[in-house]
Design a protein around this ligand. Structure first.
Ligand code: PCG
Length: 139
């Protein structure tokens, strides 16, 4: 099952800018089924833990501040080849390099405030999904 699932967040910039509905529409139009979904907000400690892998990066403090500054949408998505296909759908981390038709091309404003997250492996998809959703919330 894990190989067919990925985890995403609609980040605080895109939520604040009113893009939740349009981004969810792009996700479902691309063939992803939503199996878990909620509007929530990360505490500073949550964001530090979620992005611990980036703790040594120079942008870590900025990333933690950004990701905890307002509501996010967390979701688990299901589709064949979910992790890779979702990363194609969201586009490059830097919106200046994101392809036409991608979520980041449409809604990201900068490399830091880039509208959406997508897990980078099946293993991280399972870890990140479990970070946000109890088993009974994963349909
Ligand atoms: P994502 O979802 O790929 O997870 C890691 C995040 O780190 C990435 O999105 C960006 O939001 C953020 N990030 C990566 N590079 C930079 C950078 O150079 N500056 C800032 N501020 N954030 C970055």
């Amino acid at each position: 099952m894990a190989t067919n699932r990925t985890f995403t967040m609609i980040k605080p910039d895109a939520v604040a800018n009113g893009h939740i509905g349009n981004i969810l529409a792009m996700i479902t139009t691309a063939g992803f089924k939503i199996v878990s979904l909620k509007l929530t907000q990360l505490t500073v400690a949550d964001a530090q833990a979620f992005y611990e892998v980036h703790a040594a990066r120079p942008f870590y403090g900025e990333l933690v501040e950004f990701m905890s500054r307002g509501p996010i949408v967390a979701a688990i998505l299901e589709k064949d080849n979910a992790v890779e296909d979702f990363r194609t759908l969201i586009g490059a981390t830097n919106p200046a390099e994101a392809a036409e038709g991608t979520i980041r091309k449409a809604y990201a404003t900068s490399i830091g405030e880039n509208a959406v997250h997508g897990s980078d492996s099946d293993e991280n998809a399972a870890i990140e999904g479990a970070f946000h959703f109890a088993g009974r919330e994963q349909f």
